[in-house]
Design a protein around this ligand. Structure first.
Ligand code: ADP
Ligand code: MG
Length: 203
């Protein structure tokens, strides 16, 4: 699902971040561990094709990154990658259901309201469909973002610090939900974290 060789990324004129080689099989789980500033979020952005590597080779979900551009790359990402970013990027102007519907627009597919309802129910927030993001809690917002990430049944689910602002119980719930959501669509899962609770739970 993911194969990296000699992957590197350089911001501006700084010294490059060098990443260890990764081989993640289809359906596998990878814990991306490291201190703050180690490069975890950067690595996720490379794997999702949101940044272009400045060195090395990267194969993700059937393509070699760097060989696709623009609309082609965007279509691949919309189809294959579910991303739960650290900052959730829910649009404040839209309802929860409409935020999920954005995934269909991004993928150029017709909106499926039944699937949206199912995805929200699967993460336990079916009743929030008509609310705006400012009318739900942080933990609920994260569930909504997870539902959006898995709505199109991605091959790969990437989560960046999914437990960062959660207490112990909510963190354990969020992690379990990530794992069941990935398993439900047969996706490989990558969790980037510096949270020792996650490290212990996934070890
Ligand atoms: P992590 O997610 O592990 O905390 P990041 O991938 O966010 O690490 O950052 C890795 C390194 O790259 C850090 O030293 C950070 O300061 C630097 N960095 C991250 N984003 C940028 C950026 N947009 N411009 C310049 N440097 C950046
Ligand atoms: Mg980070």
């Amino acid at each position: 699902m993911i194969r990296t060789r000699g992957l590197a990324y350089r911001y501006g004129a700084g010294s490059p971040l060098q990443f260890a080689d990764v081989d993640l099989p289809q359906g596998g789980t990878l814990l991306l561990q490291g201190r703050s500033g180690a490069g975890k979020s950067t690595w996720l952005a490379l794997v999702a094709g949101l940044r272009a590597a400045t060195g090395g080779d990267l194969f993700v979900a059937g393509i070699q990154l760097g060989t696709q551009r623009g609309a082609e790359l965007d279509a691949w990402r919309a189809r294959c990658i579910g991303f739960l970013p650290q900052k959730l990027h829910l649009s404040s102007a839209l309802t929860v259901a409409d935020n999920l519907a954005l995934a269909y627009f991004a993928a150029g597919r017709p909106r499926d309201d039944a699937a949206i309802a199912r995805a929200l129910a699967q993460v336990g927030v079916a009743e929030l469909a008509g609310r705006k993001p400012h009318q739900i809690s942080g933990g609920q917002a994260q569930r909504v973002a997870l539902a959006r990430a898995v709505l199109l049944q991605p091959e790969l689910l990437l989560a960046d610090e999914p437990t960062a602002s959660l207490d112990d119980e909510a963190a354990a719930d969020a992690l379990a939900l990530l794992q069941t959501s990935a398993a439900a669509c047969g996706a490989s899962l990558v969790v980037a974290t510096h949270d020792q609770r996650v490290v212990q739970a996934l070890a």
